[in-house]
Design a protein around this ligand. Structure first.
Ligand SMILES: *Cc1c(COP(=O)(O)O)cnc(C)c1O
Length: 378
């Protein structure tokens, strides 16, 4: 597969490697947790969580995934070009005045409000065709979705729903990352109650966490996202997914810092002993979030070089990060060498803990300026 920015590789400050086979393997792993009646779809929004929609889409389709969820219509249209035969749902539903694009490209909207439902029904009526769409019912997250009352009324209203039958009824978990949260059971019970009268329509509740929470959450279709891309869906359990992305930044300079001197913007970190630091060519503009910076008040994230941990020193800048390599053998500290800043040895979820965020944000922020390579994370 060609790289997205085909300059000679030495011209880049760093490299982002994505392994589509690992995405496929993660899908197969999750699919293996389902009984045969449940379909494993894929959430592929936000450029496949930063990993590249085209490569991820192809790998997933080849692995056996047939149904894909994107967020906005532009993502749906791009994916349609890659996967002419897939079922594609747009989670954000119908934006006003866009219905013709959904029909022309065979995209199914996830309808989450009465005006959207009315618009879709009117189009079906005018076309004399029952066009597929999902109905989203809100079971407590209060973002998109019909309220349970609106859902019940809509399902009884022949004038509204008459022109088409929903191809899917779905809802979304608010607290899947913490399975012990009481909200999960409440949403499960409510989703079951609400959808019970509609045995003939497929149902879907689970994201990645829902898949891992077990069969009660699976229904007819599951919609994992983060786990496909190697992320940690459940905060309280070890991550069993294969890593999919690796970020490496190149060493520009290695220098000594005398004890008592400070490093980086704001002079926030003081050398407590004579240090050696390596400055690498990636920063928050590359998605290495500034919140993972280090200071005298608390340590930040880290990189890995040749099996050695290199803690971040001081603030993460836009284009560079300073790493403590005092204890790294000299022969590894070569100008131009690559330091792993995220990947198999630097879990996004671990970095996220330093940055007070989640690995979803790391992945979706990554690498517009890196050399992009598709292949194994060797
Ligand atoms: C993003 C999303 C998913 C996938 O969630 P993960 O936590 O990444 O598995 C599933 N369903 C909906 C409605 C979503 O917005």
């Amino acid at each position: 597969m060609p790289t997205a920015h085909p300059h000679p590789k030495d011209l880049y400050g760093g490299r982002l490697t994505i392994d589509p086979d690992a995405i496929a393997a993660n899908w197969a792993y999750l699919n293996g947790k389902l009984n045969g009646a449940t379909e494993c779809a894929a959430a592929i929004k936000a450029d496949a969580y930063g990993t590249g929609q085209e490569a991820a889409g192809k790998a997933l389709f080849k692995a056996g995934c047939k149904t894909f969820f994107v967020a906005v219509p532009t993502e749906a249209l791009a994916l349609r070009k890659t996967l002419p035969d897939a079922v594609i749902y747009a989670l954000d539903g119908l934006f006003p005045g866009t219905v013709e694009h959904f029909i022309a490209h065979n995209i199914r909207p996830v309808l989450g409000s009465l005006p959207e439902l009315e618009e879709w029904a009117a189009v079906c009526k005018a076309a004399g065709k029952s066009l597929d769409a999902a109905l989203h019912v809100d079971t407590g997250i209060h973002r998109l979705g019909l309220s349970p009352d609106e859902f019940a009324v809509s399902m009884r209203n022949k004038g509204l729903l008459g022109p088409f039958t929903p191809s899917l009824i779905m809802s979304h978990l608010a607290c899947g990352s913490t399975p012990a949260h009481a909200m999960n059971q409440r949403q499960l019970d409510q989703f079951r109650d609400i959808t019970k009268p509609f045995a003939h329509i497929p149902k879907s509740l689970a994201n990645s966490a829902g898949v891992l929470m077990g069969p009660n959450y699976h229904f007819d279709m599951v919609r994992p996202g983060i786990a496909l891309y190697g992320g940690q869906a459940i905060e309280t359990e070890p991550n069993t997914m294969k890593p999919v992305a690796k970020v490496e930044a190149r060493i520009m300079i290695v220098r000594d810092v005398p004890e008592g001197d400070t490093i980086g913007y704001g002079a926030r970190q003081t050398a407590q002993r004579p240090l050696k630091n390596a400055v690498v060519a990636a920063g928050y503009a590359d998605g290495l979030l500034r919140r993972a910076s280090s200071s005298d008040a608390g340590s930040g994230g880290f990189g890995m070089i040749g099996g050695y941990k290199a803690p971040i020193l001081g603030r993460i800048s836009m284009d560079m990060i300073t790493l403590d390599v005092t204890d790294v053998p000299e022969h590894l500290l070569v100008r131009g060498a690559y330091v792993e800043m995220l990947g198999p040895n630097v879990a996004a979820a671990d970095l996220a803990a330093y940055a007070e965020t989640i690995d979803y944000e790391y992945l979706t922020s990554l690498g517009r300026r890196f050399e992009r390579v598709y292949g194994p994370l060797t």
